[in-house]
Ligand binder design. Structure first.
Ligand SMILES: [Zn+2]
Length: 273
């Protein structure tokens, strides 16, 4: 790890090769429905070396995170009309972080924004033992008897822990603060989150490097091979506090990013005219 790498002061369009990796544990507090294409199924994956594990695909987690960032920035009065997935404005902090393509959005812009947030599959820290199933019955309003089963819900049980790593390319303090604040705002995940899917996120720390140094798979494999306790994964990450992020004033982070984007877009426009 290169010790001289620090966070940037501003954002730029072209990549500069710095990666901030944030490790976290997501623990289900409630049965959680992580659906694949089949509705009555829980997402598990049989790895050759890790065994059978619950997984949360990155696209599901990213979607959740992006929605949280977007609702937060709307609350701060920034790009209040920017919305997934056909109404992306292509010029707000959320679009800059999570990306979008000019052609598919109603913004009608001629550039693409690549996601600055890179992710990977979240993998459960323990092998699959039980799967939660719940069968709901309809109660007859006249005689209070239950008829045939209405629906069976299949879910990841409560108290399952997932390891996740989220990577921010070319991080600035403002971007990192927005990401971490919203990582801590993930309180529900999966489908049917009105009644299911409560979870808590516990940030392990960060690694700042000129490459992606660690992967979820790798760290879980390490705990098996070296019989490491999960707590030892923590020691690979540095304490988030040492980044001195402006977490107390997230609104200002959005404002800073927003004005930096305006400047960049003006430059792009000038180049094309
Ligand atoms: Zn936007």
């Amino acid at each position: 790890m290169n010790k001289n790498i620090t966070l940037f002061n501003d954002i730029q369009i072209l990549p500069r090769g710095v990666y901030l990796q944030i490790g976290f544990i997501l623990k289900t507090l409630d049965p959680t429905i992580i659906r694949s294409n089949e509705p009555e199924e829980v997402l598990t994956y049989k790895y050759q070396e890790l065994g059978n594990r619950f997984i949360i695909p990155w696209r599901k987690f990213k979607g959740k995170l992006r929605r949280l960032v977007m609702e937060q920035q709307r609350n701060f009065g920034i790009s209040t009309q920017c919305a997934l997935k056909d109404n992306l404005c292509m010029k707000c902090p959320a679009c800059f972080l999570f990306g979008g393509t000019g052609e598919t959005s109603k913004a009608g812009v001629s550039y693409n924004l690549l996601s600055r947030v890179l992710g990977e599959t979240l993998i459960s820290t323990t092998e699959v033992k039980d799967i939660f199933t719940y069968t709901a019955n309809a109660v007859d309003e006249k005689d209070y008897t239950t008829g045939q089963a209405l629906i069976t819900t299949v879910a990841v049980p409560a108290e399952i822990e997932f390891l996740g790593i989220i990577t921010l390319k070319d991080p600035t303090k403002d971007l990192a603060a927005i990401l971490i604040d919203n990582l801590n705002r993930v309180k529900r995940i999966g489908a049917s989150t009105r009644e299911w899917g409560r979870c808590e996120v516990n940030i392990l720390g960060y690694i700042l490097s000129d490459r992606e140094d660690v992967a979820v798979y790798e760290l879980i494999e390490k705990t098996i091979k070296e019989k490491n306790k999960e707590s030892e994964i923590r020691t690979l990450f540095k304490n988030i506090e040492s980044l001195r992020l402006p977490l107390k004033d997230i609104k200002n982070c959005y404002k800073n990013i927003n004005s930096q984007i305006e400047k960049i877009l003006k430059e792009i426009k000038n180049e094309h005219t």
